[in-house]
Each structure stands twice: as structure tokens, then as C-alpha cells.
Design a protein around this ligand. Structure first.
Ligand code: NDP
Length: 351
């Protein structure tokens, strides 16, 4: 899924279709007064979001007899459904595609009785003993325990070519896709810690890495900045911005603008096979702001070593609370933690 000019863009690989629709302004919705259309539905355990974290929480919650109801969100299966091959998830020695893997997770969650539904949580009220969650702005669910697994969305530049070459050389995850660019030339966009870290990681695989930085300095910490500058096959392109990508079906190069807006502005073309975005992630937590403690970027804060948020009975797992690792396997692990924490919370409550 990509966000571009206020639109959500979904690339359906199987049908090669691009679906585009106006994104909901969740912050606005949060502040609106929304009445449920009908009676509230009461559930024991509500899971919001359906990536590896959400499905794993569902498997554990269902097996613990919590009768979980899951709302899948805008992108059923989460970020993994936009990736190609997943080769670093244990248990798949031959690798597996992201969409198939998420379909397997879903089947496993349903096998134990998870009620998986299509819908987006748009508003919450966590002020009372029962946690209220509005789905698609109208349906009200009252849950004893809520597990939030809504993930994070990688930021994209917003240029059309990112959509055109989705799955054809454009990626927002070096750890997931770097392996496919062994011995090739690639570019990483960004100047923060993620960009520095991913450029260093990719430099160990690729022949050459261009680091495209829009300013004349890195935002990354000094130690990371020094580290990336010292890598011999990383070339930092200072004060460069990306204008577009080109290639026959897959990325073969990028057109950059150097010194944009200055007297010596010029266009620069680089030949690359892969184009990695590392300009930050946006955790999908807007709908719960105001009730849950978030860090300055918007990640939900949890008590270290647990999935507990500041609201008793509300738990968070996966990328929405993880600014550091952001891997499918760590998300799945934290989903397991959330279900166990929810189960313990409910048994103490009913003891
Ligand atoms: P940051 O927000 O720190 O950095 C984003 C970078 O992308 C900046 O250099 C920014 O440029 C650039 N950027 C943003 N938008 C555009 C654009 N449209 N075109 C070109 N460049 C753009 O995000 P990170 O993901 O790097 O880091 C997030 C947080 O996670 C940080 O606090 C970081 O320290 C932390 N982190 C820590 C790690 C570690 O400790 N090992 C590893 C990874 C992340 P500009 O500087 O000009 O704004």
C-alpha cells in the first residue's frame, strides 16, 4: 500500500491492477462525534489489524478460548502483501511470497475460530471499563480486551514511478529485498539512521549503493553517519532529489535533480536496478491518539518486555509499537505476547 497525495494506492499483483481511493482522515474522524448506527456488539477480545502480529495474536487468543474478532483493516495481510519473496521467515526453507504467507496465517487463525472481518477501526473510546471501537465510522464494538496490530506504513516520495515500478525494483525494506540485488547497483533515498543502516546493509550485497540525500548533511546520528561515509562502495549524492525512474517494466535507472532551485541546478541520471525508500515510517496509530501514549513519531508506547499500553486491557504489537526491528518474525512474536497478556488480563479480571 502506498500513500500518495492523500490517496491510498493498492497494487494487486495477481490481477496487475492498481486500486486507488481517497484516504480517510483518521484524525478528523477521531474528533467528530460519531453515533453507532445500531446496537453495540460485545466481544471478549478484539484484534485490530491483520499482519503477522494480528494473525499471531488471533491464533493464540483463539486457542485460549477468547473468541477473538479481528478487523483486517485497509490492507488485509498488512505490509507483507506488497512484498515479493519472503526468505527470512523461519520455517520456509524455500521462501514464500508475502501474500501466500499471510493467507496461511489467516487460515491458521480461522482454523481455531477467529472471526475475521473486513473493516477499518476509525475511532476509539478507551475511557470506560469496556473499550469502545468504531469500525468504518458506524459499527460500534465493545471489547473487554483490545489488541492493536495496525502496523506502520513506509513513507514514499509521492512520485508516480514508485507505483509504476512497485514490485519491479522499488522497495521500502532493505532487509526483505536486498538479497535480490546481489552484485547490482542500487540507490537508497534518505539521510536518517534507517537510510544509513540500510545503505550499509545493502553495500554488503550490492556492487554499488548510491545514497540520495536531499540536504548537504545527514540527519542520522554521528556514529551512523561516520559509518556509512566510510563504506567504500557507498557514494553519497548530496543535495539530490529524485525526479523519476525509468526502465522497461523494471527499474533500470533514476533521474535526479541536483541543487534544486539553485543557479547551478542540473539533472543527473544514474543507472540502478533497485530503488530503496528509507525516508521514515508512519505508525498507523492516529485512530487511538488521545487515549494511548505515543512517542513523538506516533509509535504506541508499551511497557518494556510486555505489550501493555497505558490503558489496562489495551495491548499493542507489531510495527505500530516497534520503531526498531520492524520484521515479520518480531511482529509475530509480539502478537503472541499480546494474546498472552490479554488472556492474563481477562482471567485476572474475572477471577
Ligand atoms: P528520520 O525521520 O530520522 O529520517 C528521515 C530521512 O529521510 C531524513 O534524512 C529526511 O531528510 C529524509 N526525507 C524525508 N522525506 C524525504 C523526501 N520527501 N525526499 C527525500 N528525503 C526525505 O527516519 P528514520 O526512519 O531514518 O528514523 C526514524 C527513527 O528511528 C529515528 O529516531 C532514528 O534515530 C531511529 N532509528 C534508529 C536506528 C538505530 O538506532 N540503529 C535505526 C533506524 C532508525 P531531512 O533530513 O532533510 O529531513
Amino acid at each position: 500500500m502506498y500513500m500518495w497525495a492523500g490517496y491510498v494506492i493498492l497494487w494487486k499483483k495477481k490481477t496487475k491492477a492498481i486500486i486507488m481511493f481517497k484516504a480517510l482522515n483518521l484524525q478528523e474522524n477521531k474528533n467528530n462525534h460519531i453515533e453507532p448506527a445500531g446496537d453495540a456488539e460485545r466481544v471478549k477480545c478484539l484484534i485490530i489489524g491483520s499482519g503477522p502480529a494480528g494473525y499471531t495474536a488471533a491464533i493464540y487468543a483463539a486457542r485460549a478460548n477468547l473468541h477473538p474478532v479481528m478487523y483486517e483493516g485497509l490492507q488485509p495481510g498488512g505490509q507483507l502483501t506488497t512484498t515479493t519473496e519472503v526468505e527470512n521467515y523461519p520455517g520456509y526453507p524455500e521462501g514464500i511470497t508475502g501474500p501466500v504467507m499471510m493467507e496461511d496465517f489467516k487460515k491458521q487463525a480461522e482454523r481455531f475460530g477467529t472471526d475475521v472481518r473486513f473493516g477499518l477501526a476509525t475511532k476509539v473510546d478507551f475511557s470506560g471499563p469496556l473499550h469502545k471501537v468504531w469500525i468504518d465510522e458506524t459499527k460500534l464494538i465493545e471489547a473487554e480486551a483490545v489488541i492493536i496490530a495496525t502496523g506502520a506504513t513506509a513513507k514514499y516520495l509521492g512520485i508516480e514511478d514508485e507505483v509504476k515500478y512497485a514490485g519491479g525494483g522499488v522497495s521500502a525494506c532493505a532487509t526483505c529485498d536486498g538479497f535480490f540485488y546481489r552484485g547490482k547497483d542500487i540507490a537508497v533515498v534518505g539521510g536518517g539512521d534507517t537510510a544509513a543502516e540500510e545503505a550499509i546493509y545493502l553495500a554488503g550485497l550490492a556492487r554499488k549503493v548510491y545514497l540520495i540525500v536531499r540536504r548537504d548533511e545527514l540527519r542520522a546520528s554521528k556514529v551512523m553517519a561516520n559509518r556509512v561515509k566510510a563504506v567504500s562502495n557507498v557514494e553519497i549524492l548530496w543535495k539530490h532529489q529524485t525526479k523519476g525512474l525509468f526502465g522497461n517494466g523494471v527499474v533500470e535507472g533514476a533521474v535526479l535533480v541536483k541543487n534544486k532551485g539553485e543557479a547551478d541546478e542540473e539533472e543527473v541520471t544514474i543507472k540502478i536496478d533497485g530503488f530503496f525508500l528509507a525516508i521514515g515510517h508512519k505508525p498507523n496509530s492516529d485512530f487511538a491518539a488521545g487515549y494511548l501514549e505515543l512517542d513523538p513519531v506516533g509509535y504506541i508506547k508499551t511497557t518494556p518486555g510486555t505489550s501493555k499500553t497505558n490503558v489496562p486491557g489495551v495491548f499493542a504489537c507489531g510495527d505500530v509499537q516497534d520503531p526498531v526491528y520492524r520484521q515479520a518474525v518480531t511482529a509475530a512474536g509480539s502478537g503472541c505476547m499480546a494474546a498472552i497478556d490479554a488472556e492474563r488480563y481477562l482471567s485476572e479480571k474475572h477471577a
